[in-house]
Design a protein around this ligand. Structure first.
Ligand code: NAD
Length: 480
C-alpha cells in the first residue's frame, strides 16, 4: 500500500518564464522570420511560453554565425582557453541547478526528484568532463599522444535533440563539440525548448564568444533545414529511428559526418540466482524512470521461468507504492507523459498488446484530471511475436517474457531490430561476462540499470544508430 504523504511541492518561484522567446543567434536573442509555437506544461496543459519557429532563412543566418565564430575565434583558441569556457559553463549550471531542475520538470513533465538528482547533475558533469579534455585532444584518438598527433575540429555541427532528456541531450551534444573546437547550431525538441533557451542565457553569462553556440527552436522542418544546410560539416541527431533514416538519406553523398542515436528495446534479463530485491528495483528503475521515455529503457523483461511467478508478484507489490502525479512534488516517482501525441502512441500500443492476448496489469492509481498521464503498466504472457515485444513504446509499459537457459535468453534478447542497451541480473560473474560478450547492445549493465557517466561511451548497434557519445569515444565524432 502507499502511505499518504503530505504534498511536498518544490516552489516554481525560482524560474522566470518569459511570455515569449526568440532565437539565440550570434550571441543574442533575435526575432525569427517564421511562425511561433507554444510550449505547454504536460502536467497541467498550461501554456508556458510562445516560442519562435526558425525557418530556412533563420537557419542560414545561424549557420553563418557559427561559421564566422569557428574560423575567427573558436578554432583558433587554444584548447586550454576553450576548456576555461566549458568549466565556467559547468559551474554556472551547478549554481543555477535548482532553476534548471524546476524548469525542466515544468516543461517536460518529469519528476523534480529526477531533474534535481539525475538530469542536471549529469549535465554539469558532462561539461566538466569535456572541459578537461579540451587541452588533451592529442590523446583523444587511439594510438595518438606520442606520435605528434594534432587532431582538428570539423567545423560547424548541426545538432538535433529529442524531448526526453532535454538539457542532458544538449550537454551530450554541445560539450564534446565545443571541447574539440567546433561551433554548433542546436535545435531542441518542439515540446521542450525552455531549458535550451535558459542554457543560451548561461552562454551569455559565461561570456562565450558570439556564434559559438546558436539555439534554434522549431519542429521537424527546422531540424530538416539544419541537417540539409550546406554549411554544416557534422550532423549529430538523437531521436526516432524513422527520422534517423531520413537524416541518413539527406546527408548521403555529401561529406558531412553523422552520428545517430536512435531508439531501443532493451532486454533486462533476470536469472534465478539474481538478488531478487535488487533486481526488482532495477526493473522498476529500468522501465519507470522518466515515465519510460528512455531510449535505453529496460522495456523487455526476460525472467528465468523458475522465478517468474515470484518476480512478477514482487514487482506488482512494488508498483503499488509508485506515486504518479505532480512533477514538482518531491515524492513523485512518475510524472506526466510528455505530450498528447506520445500519450496516444502509448495507449495505442498498449491496446494492441491487450488485443494480441497479453495480460495487462496496472496498480490502482488516481491520475490527475488535466494533463497527460499513463499508469505504470506491465504485460505478462508476452511472446516474441507480440508488437509490444518488438516496438518501442517509449512509455511506462513493460513487456514480460520468460526463458529457461542462458542461450535462450541471449537469443531472445538479440531478437530485435534495435541494440542500444541490455541488463543482466545474476550472482555469477562468469555468466555476466559471457552474456555481455553475446549481447548485441551498445551498453550492457550488470546488476544495475540506467547508470550514466560522462566518462562512459553510449550508443547503439543496428537500428539504434551509429557513433558513440560520452567518454573519449565521444570526441572522435567531433575530430578530424
Ligand atoms: P523524433 O525523431 O520525432 O524527434 C527528435 C528530434 O528530431 C526533434 O527535435 C524533432 O523536432 C526533430 N525532427 C523531426 N523530424 C525531423 C527531420 N525530418 N529532420 C530533422 N529533425 C527532425 O523523436 P522523438 O519522438 O522526439 O524522441 C523519441 C525518440 O528518440 C525515441 O525513439 C527514442 O528512443 C529516441 N532517443 C534516443 C536516444 C539515444 O541516445 N539513442 C536518446 C533519447 C531518445
Amino acid at each position: 500500500m502507499t502511505f499518504e504523504y503530505a504534498p511536498a511541492p518544490e516552489s516554481r518561484a525560482i524560474v522566470d518564464i518569459k511570455p515569449s522567446y526568440g532565437l539565440f543567434i550570434d550571441g543574442e536573442f533575435v526575432d525569427g522570420h517564421g511562425k511561433s509555437f507554444k510550449s505547454i506544461s504536460p502536467s497541467t496543459e498550461e501554456v508556458l511560453a510562445e516560442v519562435a519557429e526558425a525557418n530556412d532563412a533563420d537557419v542560414d543566418v545561424a549557420v553563418k554565425a557559427a561559421r564566422r565564430a569557428y574560423t575567427r575565434v573558436w578554432s583558433k583558441m587554444s584548447g586550454a582557453e576553450r576548456g576555461k569556457y566549458l568549466f565556467r559553463i559547468a559551474r554556472i549550471i551547478q549554481e543555477r541547478a535548482r532553476e534548471f531542475a524546476v524548469l525542466e520538470s515544468i516543461d517536460n513533465g518529469k519528476p523534480i526528484k529526477e531533474t534535481r538528482d539525475v538530469d542536471i547533475p549529469l549535465v554539469a558533469a558532462h561539461f566538466f568532463y569535456y572541459a578537461g579534455w579540451a587541452d588533451k585532444l592529442a590523446y583523444a584518438l587511439p594510438g595518438n599522444g606520442n606520435n605528434g598527433a594534432d587532431p582538428q575540429p570539423l567545423g560547424v555541427a548541426g545538432q538535433v535533440i529529442p524531448w526526453n532528456f532535454p538539457l542532458l541531450m544538449l550537454a551530450w551534444k554541445i560539450a564534446p563539440a565545443l571541447a574539440c573546437g567546433n561551433t554548433v547550431v542546436l535545435k531542441p525538441a518542439e515540446t521542450t525548448p525552455l531549458t535550451a533557451l535558459l542554457f543560451a542565457e548561461v552562454c551569455q553569462q559565461a561570456d562565450l564568444p558570439a556564434g559559438v553556440v546558436n539555439i534554434l527552436t522549431g519542429a521537424g522542418e527546422t531540424g530538416r533545414a539544419i541537417v540539409a544546410h550546406p554549411g554544416v560539416d557534422k550532423v549529430a541527431f538523437t531521436g526516432s529511428t524513422d527520422v534517423g533514416r531520413a537524416i541518413a538519406k539527406s546527408v548521403a553523398g555529401t561529406d558531412k559526418r553523422v552520428t545517430l542515436e536512435l531508439g531501443g528495446k532493451a532486454a533486462n534479463i533476470v536469472f534465478d540466482d539474481a538478488p531478487l530485491d535488487q533486481a526488482i528495483e532495477g526493473i522498476v528503475n529500468g522501465i519507470f524512470f522518466n515515465q519510460g521515455h528512455v531510449c535505453c529503457a529496460g522495456s523487455r523483461l526476460l525472467v528465468q521461468e523458475s522465478v517468474a511467478d515470484e518476480v512478477i508478484a514482487t514487482l506488482k507489490r512494488r508498483m503499488k507504492t509508485l506515486r504518479v502525479g505532480d512533477p514538482l512534488d518531491k515524492n513523485t516517482d512518475i510524472g506526466a507523459i510528455n505530450s498528447a501525441e506520445q500519450l496516444a502512441k502509448i495507449r495505442e500500443l498498449s491496446d494492441i498488446g491487450e488485443a494480441e492476448g497479453a495480460g495487462r496489469w496496472s496498480p490502482a492509481c488516481d491520475l490527475p484530471q488535466t494533463g497527460f498521464w499513463f499508469p505504470p503498466t506491465i504485460f505478462t504472457g508476452v511472446s516474441q511475436a507480440h508488437r509490444i515485444a518488438r516496438e518501442e513504446i517509449f512509455g511506462p509499459v513493460l513487456s514480460i517474457l520468460t526463458f529457461r537457459t542462458p542461450k535462450e535468453a541471449v537469443e531472445k534478447a538479440n531478437n530485435t531490430p534495435f541494440g542500444l542497451s541490455a541488463g543482466i541480473w545474476t550472482d555469477k560473474g562468469s555468466r555476466i561476462l559471457w552474456m555481455a560478450s553475446q549481447l548485441r547492445a551498445g551498453v550492457v549493465w550488470s546488476n544495475t540499470f540506467n547508470r550514466f557517466d560522462p566518462a562512459s561511451p553510449f550508443g547503439g548497434y543496428k537500428e539504434s544508430g551509429y557513433g558513440r557519445e560520452g567518454g573519449r569515444h565521444g570526441l572522435e565524432a567531433y575530430l578530424r
